[in-house]
Design a protein around this ligand. Structure first.
Ligand code: MG
Length: 229
């Protein structure tokens, strides 16, 4: 048992070192970055598509898409107008820093302001592997149920923002918003919860504003005008 724990620690430590390398590359290219995590079907790719289209006049965006197989999500990001690279994890349930490093090798970051990394759809593993990205985003959705923050606390802890997607389905699905919010806030008192529907576009403006604020704060920091790394 002990040796297994040691191996896991080694894997995570090696990953952390690679993640720091990714961060250094992003900083050198003056690119701000988000790690978008969620269970399958919560709406990560739809949120990314909406972001690419909604920010096209303000922010130049690139996407690294992680999936078990297929390039469907990167194709959608590309069709929406972003430079996109697909990483197939060949069965692995999360992206790790080495995979994101290979994604960075394949991306031209010249002129890019924001990199969005779409992690593999999974509420357990992705949060354990640092990628070198600047902020963590969790996309939850109404049909998943209001109990997910209670059932997957590790994934809700340490998030910088939680998106609650598919609010257009609230009239059709039992979902207690207060229970959901309470579960999120107990784990992460400072987190912002942004309710939206990527289908109707409701609430999307607050998300786009949050992204722009983050990119501008990062830019200000790079230019020595203060803010959070
Ligand atoms: Mg997707």
């Amino acid at each position: 048992m002990t040796s297994r724990v040691v191996v896991a620690e080694r894997v995570l430590r090696a990953n952390d070192e690679l993640a720091q390398g990714n961060r250094a590359r992003l900083e050198a290219a003056a690119v701000f970055s988000l790690n978008v995590m969620a269970s399958p079907g919560a709406g990560k790719t739809s949120l990314i598509e909406r972001s690419i289209r909604g920010l096209s006049d303000r922010i130049r965006l690139a996407v690294i898409d992680g999936d078990l197989a297929t390039s469907l999500d990167a194709d959608r990001a590309s069709a929406a107008g972003a430079r996109a690279v697909q990483i197939n994890t060949a069965g692995q349930c999360h992206l790790d820093a080495a995979m994101v490093g290979r994604g960075l090798d394949a991306l031209d970051l010249t002129g890019v302001d924001l990199l969005i990394v779409e992690n593999v759809g999974n509420l357990v593993c992705p949060v354990e592997f640092a990628l070198g990205t600047h902020r963590n985003v969790l996309v939850a959705s109404v049909p998943e149920g209001d109990d997910k923050p209670y059932k997957y606390p590790a994934s809700y802890r340490g998030m910088d923002v939680v998106v609650l997607n598919k609010i257009d389905l609230l009239p059709h699905v039992p979902f207690d918003r207060a229970r959901f919010r309470h579960g999120v806030e107990v784990l992460n008192p400072d987190v912002q919860i942004l309710e939206m529907s990527c289908t109707t576009g409701e609430g999307l403006g607050a998300w786009l504003d949050w992204v722009v604020d983050q990119v501008e704060a990062h830019r200000a920091l790079k230019e020595g005008r203060g803010g959070r790394a």
